[in-house]
Design a protein around this ligand. Structure first.
Ligand code: FES
Length: 120
């Protein structure tokens, strides 16, 4: 289809074991993927990725923490963002872009609905 969006998959980790070793359950971190900074979270439900920049005032969500309810919490003013939808659970309708994560035999990948040229 002409307007169908393509997802470009970029490898974040060489394996699930490497991902588990780098980000413990209940933790978040910031990862640079091309020009984009992502906040990657590891919860009991798996791995999630959202834009790292908090929409409220620009803090790095990767310096925050995640909750058992599946949110990342901004370290600056403690806004909560749902890791699946990106919606703020507090604040005035703020939103962070979530990105899909796929775990494959050859690594852990994050997907972007844009061309790879926009990333670099
Ligand atoms: S900068 Fe993130 S909640 Fe204010």
């Amino acid at each position: 289809m002409f307007f169908k969006k393509q997802i470009t998959w970029i490898k974040l980790f060489e394996s699930l074991t490497a991902a588990n070793n780098q980000i413990a359950v209940g933790s978040v971190c910031t990862m640079q993927v091309g020009k984009k900074k992502l906040c990657v979270a590891h919860t009991t439900e798996g791995f999630f990725a959202v834009n790292d920049k908090c929409p409220h005032n620009g803090a790095s969500l990767g310096n925050g923490f995640c909750t058992e309810q599946g949110s990342v919490v901004c370290p600056m003013h403690r806004y909560h963002f749902d890791l699946k939808t990106g919606r703020a659970k507090s604040g005035l309708g703020d939103y962070v872009q979530p990105y899909p994560i796929e775990i494959r035999n050859d690594g852990v990948f994050v997907g972007f609905q844009e061309t790879v040229w926009n990333l670099f």
